[in-house]
Design a protein around this ligand. Structure first.
Ligand code: AMP
Ligand code: ZN
Length: 113
């Protein structure tokens, strides 16, 4: 089920344009509009939910699928030498978009944090 007020649901439906790099029935990957590294992609499930603590069996299946696909998508998009995954969860992490997303960062040597 998608949320009509959610930015990423609008990207999934095509209501808001995005620079897509991969899509299948369960997930979408597109370029972050304000990249924090040379390569900055966002991988999202096509079903709306915000937090890992909201996961049900179906969304857990989608997350498993996303994590299985990310290595090849990262490699094909300039991250053959490594990448970082970030999943912001809630306000203290600064999660702006309440639709679960995996940041994929790479394409250069990343600063340690
Ligand atoms: P977060 O702070 O973890 O919720 O990350 C949200 C990310 O979405 C940020 O890195 C934004 O730059 C990115 N973002 C916001 N709007 C768009 C958009 N229309 N297309 C692509 N990325 C976006
Ligand atoms: Zn959504």
């Amino acid at each position: 089920m998608n949320d009509k007020n959610c930015l990423f649901c609008k990207i999934i439906s095509g209501g808001i344009p995005s620079a897509k790099v991969y899509e299948d029935e369960k997930m979408l990957v597109f370029k972050d509009i304000a990249p924090k590294a040379k390569v900055h992609l966002l991988a999202i499930p096509k079903t709306h939910f915000s937090l890992l603590s909201d996961m049900d069996a179906g969304s857990a299946e989608a997350v498993k699928h996303i994590l299985t696909k990310i290595p090849e998508i990262a490699k094909e998009n300039g991250c053959a030498n490594g990448y970082r995954l970030i999943v912001n969860q809630g306000d203290d992490a600064g999660q702006e978009v309440k639709h679960l997303h995996f940041h994929i960062l790479g394409g250069e040597k990343l600063n340690l944090f």
